[in-house]
Design a protein around this ligand. Sequence first.
Ligand SMILES: CC(=O)SCCNC(=O)CCNC(=O)[C@H](O)C(C)(C)COP(=O)(O)OP(=O)(O)OC[C@H]1O[C@@H](n2cnc3c(N)ncnc32)[C@H](O)[C@@H]1OP(=O)(O)O
Ligand SMILES: N[C@@H](CCO)C(=O)O
Length: 414
Amino acid sequence: MPEPYDVPVTSQPRRARRTVAPAARGQVRTPEVSVLPASAAWRPGRPAGDRKFVDVGTLDLDGGGELPGVRMAYETWGTLNARGDNAVLVLHALTGDSHVVGEAGPAHPTPGWWPAMVGPGRPIDTNRYFVVAPNVLGGCQGSTGPASPAPDGAPWGSRFPALTVRDQVEAEIRLADAIGVTQWALVIGASMGGHRVLEWAVTAPDRVRGLAAIATAAQTSGDQIAWAHAQLGAIRADPAFRGGDYYDAPDGEGPTAGLAIARQIAHTTYRSARELDTRFGRIPQRAENPLDGSGRYAVQSYLDHHGSKLARRFDAGSYVALTQSMITHDIGRDRGGVETALASVTARALVIAVDSDRLFLPAHSARIARGIPDADLHVMHSDYGHDGFLIEFDTLGPIVAAFLGEVAPAVRTS
Ligand SMILES: CC(=O)SCCNC(=O)CCNC(=O)[C@H](O)C(C)(C)COP(=O)(O)OP(=O)(O)OC[C@H]1O[C@@H](n2cnc3c(N)ncnc32)[C@H](O)[C@@H]1OP(=O)(O)O
Ligand SMILES: N[C@@H](CCO)C(=O)O
């Protein structure tokens, strides 16, 4: 249980806590519509930009059936050395993509999501390491997903098969084969990315020297499935979802309303109750009057903003496919249970929890760390909940850098 705390009646200033700060962070903004016009939604066919692509063939799926013509999009930084022992695999969370660092642009709806973690001189130092970041299978930023063309040339839509984390990792293994990485010095990821980190370490132990599993779990809990269920319901209840077959809708309309609501539900779980209470409290959004029913509180406006922002950049079909893969995640399925599967991991393991995470609980991380032989567990302090892994770079960076120095101490780039 979280510690009890006093709920203030006014909003309080937030402490500065990150090295890369958007200009308007933390400010209460003017009202905006909660749901964007459909035409603003993400559409397939964005320019490729600095992404690379590799075709990995047909996957025999974990849940039955197959997925033909699988394409994986990825980005790389740094150089693979002659010994091939300096490769780091970075695996993104639910709405991330291959764009770990770098500006937004025609090929990238958002700037990099881990800017202070990866780059020259950064904790994952691209002067020393060859960093690879794929877009997850089922995603919407270049890898095969529901918006991709099926063999008949039409979007997969509702025909897109159910994927599991194991399918996603199988596609990533084939990507590694294609680019010549036989063993990763480190496989690192948080949240849904952490699911794949663990799956890599169990499926392909000889290919993972070190792993860092951040704010994640070995199997998805009932509580997590419940939150995900409501998000799936919000998307499916949007008439514009059309059962998943909206890509060629004559009016060009997509389920942006449902996706925005799904994000609002999710985003609430990504932040701590303490933060929402101390940061927003009961403050009305600027010039709005919640009392007469016409206006919102600032926290409502904040959620509206995050909902509409995601609906502008992400595909609802991918959101459904990836959420489904998350709710079936269980590292122990058909392997004798979670503890047996974790005990089979041979990689050096770093497990990091966020103390205020109410979705991926520190107890979930503790279970991973107990199960993997000789794993290190860090419980990172943050006021911001699950999203702490996207914010607390000053804490996270040194932990990851030290661990990387341990598992890959003397890498050379030539
Ligand atoms: C691996 C991956 O997970 S990749 C995916 C990561 N990226 C995302 O999830 C994108 C969504 N963004 C976020 O979740 C967060 O912004 C984070 C985690 C990236 C960073 O968190 P923080 O720095 O604490 O940002 P915060 O949650 O305060 O959001 C700031 C935004 O809310 C807006 N905002 C703040 N208060 C209000 C309000 N009262 N009304 C409307 N908007 C508001 C800010 O203007 C700002 O807008 P902008 O992002 O469009 O510039
Ligand atoms: N903000 C993160 C949280 C999920 O881990 C995302 O959207 O991917």
